[in-house]
Design a protein around this ligand. Structure first.
Ligand code: DI6
Ligand code: FE
Length: 409
């Protein structure tokens, strides 16, 4: 057996069922495991019996008492900064209107844009912190936050600034995504190409210059933008050195996922109408498929994403909340894990990997987070559960007993 170097160890979590989320066995599970930390990083993980008898004197000990330990959960697709409420649209849909009908009648995203433009940075921060806190309470340690309800330079930057501040205020890693190409704002009505010029020439460079965007997203659909328009946005993002991702194939098949793959996108998201060519393109580019079962359920959609094709082609599958005011006002990543299993037929293991390892990849964080491996950041959750299947199998019952972020409680 290799000699374990315990130098630098600062904390040892023993007596844990460690779901490492690495390859080799289901959930990467080590039933009687231990994790050693060196400051903010994971130094060692393995079976309890492999631990050396002698440990440095000053190591702090945490007895997990047989509890499950997972990586901190990662919500890799949210729009959680907004003002106003769209409850009326929920009522309208229950009476038969579709999401698309409401959008075309000037409701939908556009109504949230009006309310968000009118809101101050401080008000948006308060609203968003309340939503993000719900995720944090579930053991989420990293999230993505998109802009997309500002749709002009100042309001898009306002949203991104709120996202950055939120990350500092809460114990949370935040990755920001500029989604200026979300919908056409009223001042560009019937001039979507002109708006795309504004996105490329004005909004994108401003966000990049201020270091406010970690990635760039667009909404590619009948009620969003065409692939030709998205391609222009992606080319500009590429010039500015920003990663891209795409809302693709949610309500129709526009071949958006294939376009995203062509640009080596981190992820293509939604994907209910994804076809085989799109799956193959994503597989080749190692673009993550981000599935959003909460939005699917909330809109009472019936077309399932091609899960089996994604599996066959080994496309990494992530699960996210899509937390937004219109199609997913559901502030729970764990609910989405559950729905991924019941609505999309994922296994409980796929659901867990979808909010850890593959979610990290979807945010460009795969070297730092998402699994319990030596060298990675010690974002860890100790649960009031013993087996990883419990996380998706029950809703609202399984909670974190403790959360370590950067190795600290
Ligand atoms: N993600 C989105 O960006 C849109 N739908 C979705 O699932 C719009 C969200 C909204 O209606 O505000
Ligand atoms: Fe979305």
């Amino acid at each position: 057996m290799a000699v374990i170097d315990t130098q630098g160890w600062t904390r040892l979590i023993r007596n844990a069922a460690v779901a490492t989320c690495t390859d080799g066995r289901p959930y990467g599970l080590i039933p009687k495991g231990a994790i050693a930390l060196a400051g903010s990083r994971i130094a060692w993980v393995g079976a309890r019996k492999e631990l050396p008898a002698e440990l440095p004197k000053n190591v702090a000990h945490t007895d997990a008492r047989g509890a499950l330990v997972t990586p901190g959960l990662i919500d890799c697709h949210t729009h959680l900064i907004w003002a106003g409420s769209r409850y009326r649209e929920f009522e309208q849909r229950l009476q038969g209107a579709s999401y698309e009908d409401i959008a075309r009648a000037g409701g939908g995203i556009a109504s949230t844009v009006t309310a968000t433009r009118a809101a101050s940075e401080g008000d948006l921060l308060t609203l968003a912190m309340g939503r993000a806190a719900k995720l944090v309470a579930e053991g989420v340690t990293a999230i993505e936050i998109k802009s997309g309800y500002g749709l002009d330079r100042d309001n898009e930057l306002k949203m991104l600034r709120v996202a950055r501040t939120l990350g500092k205020r809460l114990s949370l890693t935040v990755r920001t995504t500029l989604l200026a190409a979300h919908t056409v704002p009223p001042e560009f009505k019937d001039r979507s190409d002109d708006y795309i010029n504004c996105v490329c020439d004005e909004i994108l460079p401003a966000a990049a210059a201020e270091g406010l965007a970690d990635a760039v997203d667009a909404y590619c659909d009948n009620i969003g933008f065409t692939t030709a328009q998205v391609e222009r946005v992606f080319m500009r993002a590429q010039e500015l050195g920003l990663a891209v991702k795409l809302h693709a194939e949610q309500f129709s098949n526009q071949q958006g996922a294939a376009l995203a793959a062509k640009f080596k996108a981190l992820s293509a998201d939604h994907l209910e109408h994804l076809d085989k060519d799109g799956v193959q393109a994503m597989a080749t580019a190692r673009t993550v498929a981000v599935l959003l079962p909460g939005a699917y359920s909330y809109l009472r959609e019936t077309k399932l994403p091609p899960i089996e094709l994604l599996r066959v082609h080994r496309v990494p599958i992530a699960i996210a909340s899509d937390l937004n005011p219109g199609s997913a006002p559901l502030a729970s990543l764990m609910l989405n894990m559950h729905l991924a299993c019941t609505q999309f037929g994922l296994t409980t293991e796929e659901a867990l990997l979808g909010v850890t390892r593959h979610a990290a990849r979807a945010l460009g964080l795969r070297k730092e987070r998402g699994t319990i491996e030596p060298g990675k950041v010690a974002d860890l959750v100790i649960w009031n559960a013993e087996h990883p299947a419990e996380l998706a199998a029950q809703f609202g019952l399984v909670r974190p007993a403790a959360v370590l972020r950067n190795g600290a409680a």
